[in-house]
Design a protein around this ligand. Structure first.
Ligand SMILES: *Cc1c(COP(=O)(O)O)cnc(C)c1O
Length: 395
């Protein structure tokens, strides 16, 4: 049995062997630059375009609307800066939410320094953006609404179709960070009123350092990386052929296995949630129960430090995360948990477990068994918990 139990698939995923196989020839025999004119490169160009078509079909877009990038962070940066720069005549106001990934939030604060104005929408206790609040935040100079498709920490799936509808009613562009949603839930850009959409390869069993930005045709967006004329002059840099081939293959597999994975992972997820709620007292589920990614579980355990929990889980070969990989290392509680109303001391005790199709029911059960012991042990050392239990007993 594999002793490692990997439950951090929202941070990154294992590259599937089929993906590695598909990429290999493009490191070895087919190393040409697809922008070159000889036949040797032409074949490679064709393969890159096939990947673009697979991806476009998967989200209901046209191939010329898919622009390859170096990953989710770049796609998010490009969407916001590219629209802010191209629409600066029209306005300087952007609407986003308080629970976005830092690739969005930190780009927004950078744009604020350049004179843009940003509204950060509150979310409810489950992490949902309220479309009514969103509509109220719209101003005559609003140029872009950017709300994530699904949250990377608590798994909540936002009402993107409704948000896009409101944006379009007001003639405003709608961008969504779909890094956690792509390949995990159904996405159709036309049906869902999406104008720009960010994706990353390594969150769907593809390689790191590659992703794409979907940009609806007809939308003016400034290039983000200036240089050569790759990606229709919008994103310079010699084409990352192996990466794109890998992203294409990972997308193809994600498409073909979407329904079965959704069913399998959400069964494991529900089992994990059910056991924790039944067997561990004072555990609070974070995120929406139904509007939720099939592979996301996130709890706050009262009277516990998330970091201690992670260390002890790690000693048992279990990989989870507290907040997101981007905030771990800092002692600040997650901005997402604070936004859904968890007080600081409770937000500190959070644990995110994110599943993949590789996980088994046995692994989930082992995880809950270990977690129970660890939570018990940590609480037995907590004077706060002792006081709390005494008070409860005297009630
Ligand atoms: C991982 C992630 C990103 C960043 O993607 P990278 O490819 O790692 O740059 C952006 N947004 C969300 C929601 C993510 O989960």
């Amino acid at each position: 049995m594999n002793t490692l139990i990997y439950l951090d698939n929202a941070a990154t995923t294992r590259v599937r062997p089929e993906v590695v196989e598909a990429m290999k020839p493009f490191f070895e025999e087919q190393y040409g630059n697809p922008s070159s004119t000889y036949t040797f490169a032409g074949k490679i160009h064709e393969e890159v375009e096939n990947a673009r078509k697979t991806i476009a079909d998967f989200i209901g877009a046209k191939p010329k609307e898919i622009f390859f990038t170096a990953g989710g962070s770049e796609s998010d940066n490009w969407a916001l800066k590219g629209i802010a720069f191209s629409q600066r005549e029209k306005g300087k106001h952007i609407i986003t939410s308080k629970i976005e990934h830092h690739a969005i939030l930190n780009t927004c604060s950078y744009l604020e320094k350049l004179g843009m104005e940003i509204t950060y929408l509150d979310v409810d206790q489950n992490g949902l953006v309220d479309p009514v609040e969103l509509e109220k935040a719209i101003r005559p100079d609003t140029i872009l609404i950017s709300v994530m498709f699904a949250n990377n920490e608590i798994g909540t799936i936002e009402p993107v179709k409704e948000i896009g509808r409101i944006a379009h009613e007001h003639g405003i562009l709608f961008h969504t960070d779909a890094v956690q949603a792509y390949g995990h839930v159904d996405i159709n850009v036309s049906d869902m009123n999406i104008d720009l959409l960010s994706v990353s390869g390594h969150k769907i069993n593809g390689p790191k350092g590659v992703g794409f930005l979907y940009v609806r045709s007809g939308i003016r967006i400034e290039p983000f990386v200036h240089g050569g004329s790759q990606e229709r002059g919008k994103r310079a840099g010699t084409t990352n052929v192996p990466g794109i081939i890998g992203l294409g293959k990972a997308s193809e597999i994600a498409r073909d296995t979407l329904e079965s994975r959704k069913a399998y992972e959400s069964d494991l997820r529900d089992h994990l949630i059910e056991r924790i709620e039944k067997e561990i007292p004072y555990a609070l589920l974070n995120g929406d129960r139904t509007q939720r990614l099939p592979n996301n579980v996130n709890f706050c355990f009262r009277f516990i430090e998330g970091e201690s929990l992670l260390i002890l889980l790690d000693q048992n070969g279990i990989c989870g995360s507290s907040g997101s990989a981007c905030t771990s290392g800092s002692l600040d509680p997650s901005h997402v948990l604070l936004a859904i109303g968890r007080p600081h001391e409770i937000a500190h005790g959070s644990l995110r477990l994110t599943l993949s199709e590789d996980n088994t029911l046995e692994e989930i059960d082992v995880t809950v068994d270990r977690l129970k012991e660890i939570v018990d042990r940590l609480r037995s050392m907590s004077p706060l918990y002792e006081d709390f239990v005494k008070k409860e007993e005297n009630k």
